[in-house]
Design a protein around this ligand. Sequence first.
Ligand code: BES
Ligand code: ZN
Length: 590
Amino acid sequence: MARLDPHSYADLQQGTVTHIDWTLRVDFDAQVLHGVATLKLDRAANGALDLDTRDLTIESVTDGAGDALEFVLADAEGFLGARLTVRRVLPTGTVVIRYRTSPTASALQWLDPALTAGKQQPFLFSQCQPIHARSILPCQDTPRARISYTARVQVPEALAVVMSAAPGEKQPGDVPGTVCWTFDMPQVIPSYLVALAVGDLVSKDIGPRTRVYAEPATVDAAAWEFADAEKMLEAAESLFGPYLWDRFDFLVMPPAFPYGGMENPRLTFLTPTLLAGDRSLVNVLAHELAHSWTGNLVTNATMNDFWLNEGFTVWAERRILERLEGVESMALSAAIGAHGLQGELQRFGLDSPFTCLETDLAGIDPDEIYSLVPYEKGFLLVALLERTLGREAFDAFVRRYIARFSFTSITTAEFEAFVDAELPGLRDQVDLATWIHQPGLPASAPVFSSEVLDELGALARGITEGRRPDPETARAWSATHWQIYLQQLPRPLPAADLAWLDEQFALTASGNAEILCEWLVITATSGWQPATDRLRAFLGHVGRMKYLKPLYKALMGDVATQPLAREIFAASKDVYHPIARGGLQAIIEA
Ligand code: BES
Ligand code: ZN
């Protein structure tokens, strides 16, 4: 039968796996997980069951009673991995798969102690979105299917385990020197939200439902940076309805983590680059929190519908921050987003299908076309709906949308049908079809303006005519103001301007990764040497793709700095996550 998800071999007509009991033994020396996954189907099956795997070695497949079941592991098809067909599942609906992962499992990054804050213990983490769960767990790796899970994870006793699940009791391991951590995830989630991290971890409570986990060396800084988490949670509940995941804990990762944040339920993963020391980058925490409604309750059916997750979440993130920080924050963050979107539209071209909200990614690796389009074009559509309907009516609609589709996965077409049923006439009023199905950006896109924005833009563009920020005023700018100013600066810039800016505002020494990255893109594009050491150090330990890609592109943009890019990449590539490494390799070789 035709695949309903272009990125999965799952055929839900065969039955849906609704629960997984998972046993894992973590072998840091071999960089392998030894797993036993007990899959339970939603109904008594009596036919074949197709599962997704990637680079897994299947050791045995049995039924609940321990009797062997016949299976076929097909040849791998690139990033999709290999279909595992269990020939005939018994009416008990239980399949037990004993397997091991490969050291190159695409969901995992194994870090040597040197790449952690404490430098004593190794670290392991998973990143399953979009389609990497199959590299650590044979499963129906499509967000159309939802599972609850329990897990038992054996690790060396010096290490702690956390998962996107409620922690249970710690048990002695099977061999001396090991312990087993147990977990229970009662809420049903798509496979891409299964998550695991192992390392030297401690935690600090922030509020009744919020706790931060981190390495001992970073936990205090992290607790301070995210002290407003509980307030965010309350603001989000008042906007979107009750928080249904019991706890909102988060884990500050080692710097190699390739994303800003990942909304693993009950345990968001965060990059340590958010630890700016002034709480200026908490929007990422608000974003991952917002996914607790848009994404984790109402989930995109496939990666073609990814904008439903991210567009709504960017809008929700900005509404949360508007509550906490005031209306100006909406205009400023929307402006930063709009700037990013323009860059992506230029990169893809205005008629590229990758600039549509709903996409057709059959045959395409979702990691390869990851962009800001679903985020920022999606945000603009949601903001347009809000403006058209009025805030009160739109907020009520969003609450109905969340309540209606909670714990389910929906396609863009189902979203459109819901809009038509709930808000007749709105489709034509905003030309919804063009927004969703046509490339580029409709002229009806809302524009966010503010005096501050205009001033910062004029000041930045004016640098070519000798305009420079007044040092005293600019020293009082917020990190967001700086981000906007830097984004708008023309490039390349003459060395004299760069030297003056750095002398006045110590940008090369900035502890805010957004400011630093934008500044380093400018200095690299301008061939300005004094920032090179800082650039080298930054690229040498940070794995967040949002920063790596523009920096390497900036260096590769000029023949003079290409050797530097290659040299830094060669020296740093072991720090980078396999997914990041692939993307950067392409930039370096372009
Ligand atoms: N879910 C995404 C991260 C993701 C998307 C990982 C697709 C893999 C595939 C997460 O919520 C996210 O959007 N993170 C952003 C945060 C930002 C938009 C505030 C990031 O990492 O930069
Ligand atoms: Zn997101």
